[in-house]
Design a protein around this ligand. Structure first.
Ligand SMILES: CC(C)(COP(=O)(O)OP(=O)(O)OC[C@H]1O[C@@H](n2cnc3c(N)ncnc32)[C@H](O)[C@@H]1OP(=O)(O)O)[C@@H](O)C(=O)NCCC(=O)NCCS
Length: 333
């Protein structure tokens, strides 16, 4: 019989890590590729530049680099890792999973490994999944990674999407805790009926790759930007408020918000609606664009490493992505 008193009741972030490729793609370079301008991109998105992975660099390579850094920060030996979840929309290949490839790169031979697909919400979904696995008492720790190489699925002739995305990976180690509040609440949701508004149509079992699907750019991101924008603001605002209520906290208790980095105007709208000023919101989309599942863990890791985020700070994550999927999480770092 399992004794409930022996179950860990709380799960905390024990360490963070991130990785972005060296190559910088500026707005000025995009001006040479499509009919756009630096002014338009800055004004409509807030983005100045983004990182692009090398041709030989895939999501598992970036994920492993971020994972290695998170394990070092958490002081967790690689052979002690119990569970690796990689949130990604750009797996190296359909299978094996990117998590298995990360396991191999790290040498984490004792870990259970799988991928999780929830587009830009993937990291938060993966955190919540790992938290449940740890709270069950069956696993002692988890390496949770968000890694995406969006440049591999970008239509570089579509000015409505190619300006938005970048490549990168972020990671955290989760551990049970009795000293920290850790993850206090999560609210997440999905609405599959709106999936058509943000998708990659081909490359799966519905529309396998053919010469025609490649010629027709069906393997790249298709997005109804304006419509996505409105849903993103509404869902992230509602989830953020609900997660705070569930945690028994108010906006005043939050030291830092880490939102999905899709558009500066989305972040400003959320700031107004949840009543948390922009100077308490971590923003890095000006340098990295939208790195999909990596936005939150990369921003978290940067703010931890530069000292903005300290142990004991209350954080609010809010995310939105294809699916549609969305969520918010309140935690003590
Ligand atoms: C994509 C996005 C930046 C477009 O901004 P917008 O203000 O909604 O712009 P619209 O799509 O309404 O387009 C306005 C005009 O700008 C044009 N435009 C689009 N991209 C452009 C670009 N890169 N450069 C110049 N003009 C552009 C459009 O063609 C349109 O022109 P028209 O009025 O002549 O038809 C914005 O909708 C967005 O960020 N959406 C959400 C993205 C997101 O969150 N995605 C991921 C979710 S996880």
């Amino acid at each position: 019989m399992i004794d409930d008193r022996e179950k860990p009741t709380r799960v905390m972030i024990a360490g963070t890590g991130s990785y972005v490729p060296e190559r910088v793609l500026t707005n000025a370079e995009l001006e040479q590729m499509v009919d756009t301008s630096d002014d338009w991109i800055r004004a409509r998105t807030g983005m100045r530049e983004r990182r692009i992975a090398r041709p030989d660099e895939a999501s598992s390579d970036m994920g492993a680099a971020a994972g290695r850094a998170a394990l070092a920060a958490a002081g967790l030996a690689v052979d002690e890792v119990d569970l690796i979840i990689v949130a990604t929309s750009t797996p190296d290949m359909l299978f094996p999973s990117t998590a298995c490839l990360v396991q191999s790169a790290l040498g984490a031979t004792n870990a259970l490994c799988y991928d999780l697909s929830a587009a830009c919400s993937g990291f938060l979904y993966a955190l919540e999944t790992a938290r449940a696995m740890l709270q069950s008492g069956l696993y002692q720790n988890a390496l949770v990674i968000g890694s995406d190489k969006m440049s591999a699925v970008t239509d570089w002739s579509d000015r409505g999407t190619c300006i938005l995305f970048g490549d990168g990976a972020g990671a955290v180690v989760l551990k049970p805790t009795v000293t920290h509040r850790g993850i206090m609440s999560t609210v997440s949701g999905a609405d599959g009926s709106l999936g058509d508004l943000l998708m990659i149509p081909a490359g799966g079992s519905r529309m396998p790759a053919t010469a025609e699907t490649v010629a027709d750019h069906q393997h790249t991101v298709k997005m109804a930007g304006n419509n996505v924008f409105k849903h993103a603001v509404r869902c992230m605002t509602e989830a953020g408020r609900a997660a705070l209520r569930k945690a028994g906290l108010t906006a005043a208790d939050v030291k830092w918000v880490i939102p999905h980095q899709a558009n500066m105007r989305i972040i400003q709208a959320i700031s107004e609606r949840v009543d948390i000023p922009m100077d308490r919101i971590v923003v890095n989309l000006d340098r990295y664009g939208n790195t999909t599942a990596a936005t939150v863990p990369v921003a978290l890791d940067e703010a931890v490493r530069d000292g903005r985020i300290q142990r004991g700070d209350v954080l609010l994550f809010v995310v939105f992505g294809g699916g549609f999927t969305w969520g918010a999480m309140v935690l003590e770092y």
